[in-house]
Design a protein around this ligand. Sequence first.
Ligand code: UDX
Ligand code: ADP
Length: 463
Amino acid sequence: MKITNICCIGAGYVGGPTMAVIAQKCPHIKVTVVDLNEERIARWNDENVDNIPVYEPGLGQIVAHSRGKNLFFSTEVDKAIDEAQIIFISVNTPTKTYGSGKGMAADLKYIELCARQIARVSKNDKIVVEKSTLPVRTAEAIKSILDNTGNGVQFQILSNPEFLAEGTAVEDLLSPDRVLIGGDTSQEGQRAIQSLVDVYANWVPRERILTTNVWSSELSKLTANAFLAQRVSSINAMSELCEKTGANVNEVAKAIGMDSRIGPKFLKASVGFGGSCFQKDILNLVYISKSFGLNEVADYWEQVIIMNDHQKRRFSKNIVSTLYNTIADKKIAFLGWAFKKDTNDTRESAAIYVADDLINEQAKIAVYDPKVDYKQVISDLNYLETRSDDQNKKLVTSYNDVYEACANSHAIAVLTEWDEFKNYDWQKIYDSMQKPAFVFDGRNLLDAQKIKEIGFIYQEIGS
Ligand code: UDX
Ligand code: ADP
């Protein structure tokens, strides 16, 4: 089937950038991204591309290039489904916050709603592509809904997991290490796979497009994220040992990373990993393993999460003990709130958990992040349900100016590795702070020697 019309349900961090790149690379395909959230769609359509809801370096230009030509953002979900030959599902699949599997299993209610809507609207055969991260065998559930509630049309379900990392989404989409497409082994299934392969082949070399069965594809996504997260937890585990023994984790990471079997990437010790994928995917893996009675497998992967929680808690505990065991009423400036640099996404950011611990100790938190606003900071804290909205607002403020955020503070905590933090006038910051002035660098980002020479008491992870 020659593809000329694609729709994507969900205009978030995955759907938006992915479809923008497909539209740019496939000018012959009409790409429509739909979402129930009217405000989000309005922002994707904002004349000024600086206002699109997802911050990613380079994304604005890509959107500007195709928007209104072959790339459209709309709330008319039914119309887009009806017209499309391929429908990508890129809706959110958060960890369940209720019922069985609470805190572990993926909440598939948005996926199911999409499947029912596709079944109701479709009048001709369609290829449905799972893009959201999903537990293994979700494609089967989608197929069952489509086949049993549809208008008798044929659906092929493909799994095409997203491997882009936020902050480098455009780069990752333009030259992916690999594109993975899982589908049914039947002839129809293979034909559907080929249609999607042909879309990607417009810019991705064929040898980088892998095809597998649906379940291998679904499980590969969870496995990739589990392996990556495991590397971060492994180096973070060593960071604590380095602190006790006098070793330096940056030196250890460099030394082991030069072993070509280990490799240098993803060995940066930090205050802990965040983001919408790592924790969620590992919890999924743990839940699935347990449900098959594979308790050792489940425990093995759960340890990656336990280590990560420990790393965040250890960071906040160290702030309290270093500041003479009391931080009540002390102003602590947070540099960064996003879960990593170059994104405005804050989901599962370590900053949220560190702030929550420090607020419990009645500290006053002053946040500065170049891309995250106050509303988001408060909403993230409220989501934890530790205390009321009013109480969070009383102790947490945010600033548009980093020097104001740091003025009169007792300590600075670096939570995100934004490049601009390195280039501030640190002498000016020092002069405006309470003394002794502390910096807790959760990203080992700053120039330690320079910071110490100014007079700061500087602590980093793993040394
Ligand atoms: C991840 C996967 O990398 C991507 O392939 C998948 O599609 C989605 O999940 P993402 O969550 O966007 O991407 O970010 P990633 O770069 O993987 O970082 C995750 C977290 O780990 C961040 O909080 C980051 O700061 C942290 N991290 C990463 C470290 O602490 N140290 C490292 O060495 C690397
Ligand atoms: P991700 O990181 O996976 O892209 P996001 O939360 O950024 O997750 O985006 C998911 C988007 O999917 C949200 O904008 C949400 O409004 C949208 N969405 C969820 N369910 C539906 C649905 N049934 N129809 C249309 N859009 C939906």
